[in-house]
Design a protein around this ligand. Sequence first.
Ligand code: ADP
Length: 425
Amino acid sequence: MRVWGTEITNITILLLLALIIGGVTGHVVGLLFLLMLSIIVHQFIQINRFEKWIRQGGSIKYPKAKGVWEEIYYHIYRLKKNEKRRKKKLRVIIDQFRQSTEALPDAVIILGEHDEIDWSNKAARQVFGLKTSDKGQRIPNLIRFPEFIRYLKSANYKQSVILPSPLDSKISLEVRVIPYGAGLRLLLAQDVTQLKQMERMRKDFVANVSHELRTPLTVLKGYIETLQDMDDENSPLLTSSFIQMHNQTERMQHLVDDLLLLARLETQQKKTKCVHVPELLTQICKEGDSLGLSNNRIQLTLDTTANIVGEEQELRSAFTNLVSNALKYSTDETTVKVRWYQDTHFVILTVEDQGEGIASHDIPKITERFYRVETKHLKKVSGTGLGLAIVKHVLMRHDAHLRITSELSVGSCFTCYFPIKRICN
Ligand code: ADP
């Protein structure tokens, strides 16, 4: 503000001087005109110098100037200096980020709006066989696995996809896309070969052990049954021991069967056909009622005749587990409602009981292997803790999902949603 004051004072003094000299000499208008002209020329020269300076970037030392022009030069020069400093800082941060991502053992690729490579780190170039010159190339042209292209197109990046490395098919890569900013995506790939190998070893181990246990268990059960037949019931201790031994071998047999089924679900190729679900459910409910598990407690409602593409044995296991759980975990006086129906997106199976219910903190855990809710009744209800893990796996193999709702002392409802695209005739 101070410079503006000086500037105005200077012009006022010049004007007054022109008026006084003009008044004395009799050339007021001429002098005023001359004064205006000189002010305009002066400003014109200043603008010209300023334009030249700004054209050179405005960051070199500014020319000598006075008054308002000096202020203008000074402020712009300071702004430019600050901008330069900020840019330098930003460059250092970017360089540090690049260096750290470059050193990452996981592959990182920055993808643009049209799936083109904006940047990739060293690991990405190594595992995908990319070159620095591939920058700007569309990634589906370089990584051509159909499941990867499907994943990229799907825009549903909640889950990852496992791919073999294009350079070495023995290397398994877990690829995940993370969207960020405006249309940009980060592609991360991690070498999971060892993890996969260990998982395969675990599965093979469980499957082998379960398989090997089958024969001795059958032999053991056979001998126990023979001993039970020979028992003259003179010793109550012996009789109750035989019963215990029989029950426990049966429990072990169930465990081995469930483990083998799980192993099969994890490793076997899917063999699908059109499964007649209404028929299957009718059979399962009849079996449940006739096995002495329930006394006509099951109420089956078939609101749709929809059949679905799938594996009958697997679906039978899953549905039987749900129905037998509903019967097991509720009292004999209550009803179990089984319903097969359809809405616009899904074909749905609900198995609803009026049993003891499940606490909300247990609901996410009960589909884990061997998880059994600890209740006071649990001792009476036999089980392996594998039933719902089997259900979850079977549904996954049928593109379906499970929803569990429950309230303690009121009952539980297990709902299986099959996508409508699975319907067959
Ligand atoms: P299992 O029945 O052999 O113990 P599951 O995997 O089928 O194993 O079930 C896991 C646990 O979930 C059960 O132990 C039980 O505590 C609980 N659960 C399953 N179904 C029901 C149900 N309908 N009502 C109450 N609890 C249930």
